[in-house]
Design a protein around this ligand. Sequence first.
Ligand code: 6PG
Length: 238
Amino acid sequence: MNPQIEILADLNALVDRALELVVENLHAAIATRNIATIALSGGSTPKPLYEKLAQQNLPWDKLHIFWGDERYVPADHPDSNQRMARLAWLDKVPIPPANIHPMPTDDAAPAIAAQKHEAELQTFFNAKPGEFPAFDVILLGIGDDAHTASLFPHTPALQVRDRLITVGDKDGNPRITFTAPLINAAQTVIFMVAGASKYNALTQIFADQADENTYPARLIKPQGELWWLLERSTNFSK
Ligand code: 6PG
């Protein structure tokens, strides 16, 4: 499905549009299956979205929270994506603690943590080995290098096609990340991109020809809906 690209005037407008899409998709999932699953992205762009989600009146007991990637640091570390989302949103709403499914980062070996989280997802979704469960919503950002989640350029994580979760590598620092096939199984993927520094990455991601290993966000071609919400400051137009 061709991506739906929207240019938003500023970060606030981008966040409001993302809020609209997220709430709409979560309500639709709950109306259909009485449950909704969302995987959060880290970084700075989504934080105001999480703060606005904290003000929504959602059926919190029917919502399950996951992360698309995580830095391999303790949950209370300033770099933790889990910590950012809890402070901005999850600690402010009555969501059952069991509905929050952080990526483990307390194993000595990140590969063990990745295996554990894969097993947790398979159990949660009742997925058989080789099956890629469909998250209702996956939020993503991109780096200036066109990485997404923790799928960084020219790293082994980009080649993983038979796992849900793998170990990412950012300049030698381990990450836990969804694999490209798991992201591509989602019902709805929403990219939130802001800032002039993302212009070159966007140009390569949307180019007719470019190397997926160099621009990993090109790997994201979900079966379902794909939204690119771009702040005008990215100066990108398709
Ligand atoms: C992370 C994110 C990462 C992020 C991009 C964009 O763990 O850092 O998951 O993939 O989405 O780096 O980050 P900004 O939103 O801060 O530009």
